[in-house]
Write a protein that binds this ligand. Sequence first.
Ligand code: PLP
Length: 277
Amino acid sequence: MVFLNGEFIPKEQAQVSVMDRGFLFGDGVYEVIPVYSGKIFRLDEHLERLQNSLNSVQINNPYSPQQWREILHELLSFSSESSQSLYLQISRGADVSRKHSFDSLSPTVFIESSPLTPKTKAELEIGYRAMSQPDFRWQRCDIKSTSLLANIMYSQQAKQNQVEEVILHRDQLITEGATSNVFIVKDNVLFTHPTGDHILSGITRDLVLESAKHCHLSINESALTLTELLSADEVWISSSTREVMPIVQVDNQLINNGVIGKYWPQVYDYYQGLKHV
Ligand code: PLP
């Protein structure tokens, strides 16, 4: 079952107009929210970021936080999976004719839930490979927009090169991954790009910072260069579905001789604990 514009219906029956601006322009915003043991993880934070994205593009939020909560729980009740990933998208809605500027429309709301199986610690401990690329995205990466052409191009490159993620740099400074935030440990300090319009402010990013603090890792929210990343002690990526994942090779360079560092297991363990509080 999916939720579409106020109704819970089978996915095969869900249809939207070809004039929907989400279809024509990618004119919409979205969220991906993990659910563990039936509990929606950090829902308030996701709803707050959704509101910020909507405000930035002048789409009215059709529901109050309480209404969102009720809709999401009702959708979850159709599935017996205890861990799920909720995808919710709001497009500006359908217009009578195609034009770039917009009038006030009725937003199209689509939500689906799919099973979520986070990788185990044993799987993650092997470490993953990434590649670097110049960040050619726009200047409003803080908006969780459904216009994802650049991210799609990077993700396809990652797939073709058999790496987990493309790590992006703007003017040589690491911004984030194509679908994740990036962390660098060097000399017992954790670095990550500050929030602002060059990165998406990840909900997991905040949780990784919270976990790192608990593990007595100093935090410096500033951007490092690609050269600094390549000589780091540890590199991690984070996202709601991948949680916190160690990267042990970027391009042809091994990180920490290709083995995970000492902080990742501690931060991982603390993060796992946060899921059950
Ligand atoms: N940055 C980008 C570009 C992303 O697409 C994502 C997640 O999809 C993130 C960061 C991580 O955000 P979150 O931790 O809220 O999933």
